[in-house]
Write a protein that binds this ligand. Sequence first.
Ligand code: GA4
Length: 331
Amino acid sequence: SSNSFMRNSMSSSMAAAASSSAAFFSEVPFIDLSAPDAKQLIVKACEELGFFKVVNHGVPMEFISTLESESTNFFSLPLSEKQKAAPPSPFGYGNKQIGRNGDVGWVEYLLLNTHLESNSDGFLSIFGQDPQKLRSAVNNYISAVRNMACEILELMAEGLKIQQRNVFSKLVMDEESDSVFRVNHYPPCPELQALKERNMIGFGEHTDPQIISVLRSNNTSGLQISLADGNWISVPPDQNSFFINVGDSLQVMTNGRFKSVKHRVLTNSLKSRISMIYFGGPPLSEKIAPLPSLMKGEERSLYKEFTWFEYKRSAYNSRLADNRLVHFERI
Ligand code: GA4
């Protein structure tokens, strides 16, 4: 139920979505991680769309369902309790406001540190007296999902015929990796049914700044991705798979060969949506630049040189829908 969600009416910026009838797209590239041709299929999906889903991912279903139910418990607390974990800067509870530059959505969420110190003071102060259950569910989930992300990043490197198999994965496995974990709760909005032709924005369109994002959601629709032609397609939910998307940093490291996919979430009128996303990022001091081994002949970098610190600072000063990479393109 959405009773602990703020009751004020929806703001106009949330109701401003485009036409409502995006067709379900049956062609989200589907990759069996255990198949011998997985690496070629991953590269193709990253080049064409920047988005695909994986099965045979090796993440124990128990970790997924435990974290989903711990998250559901948290979001069903009274708002006043949840607010004790606010604001989400950098980690904690957020409600409707996304980032710090005025973006809003019909969503509440937790932003969490991915470093796995189980009694971290930060986590204790965010979650009051009994944070252990949530933290250990988060830790189990993150370690498994990070390993899967690492495997996918190594398959990408192999598929691109890069000698150094861990060229991408070492960044997210680094102790200093600046990764983030997010749990979103999109409450249903029954009023929407009356509004028939209109959509409401749960999470506005954007690309992810990091290297790779790994998303799992419950069985509720809402996620859409944007095609090169500007059309939006609805991604059918699949609670047994993970959805992977290419982030801005990976687009840069492949000199634009892989596409950082624009995506958004529309509000469902009837069902709650819970999604859990691991954003794999590099250490802050890491230089983000096209890999020399991927540059062919006279090919030049499309981007200026920058560190993840510089890109992140610029990203966090932008609005959600902004194109964050344009500031780093070579002219
Ligand atoms: C998008 C990807 C991740 O959810 C996130 C988001 C971050 C936030 O929610 O604070 C940002 C957004 C995300 C990109 C632009 C800035 C920063 C909100 C926003 C308006 C945690 C991230 O790393 O970048």
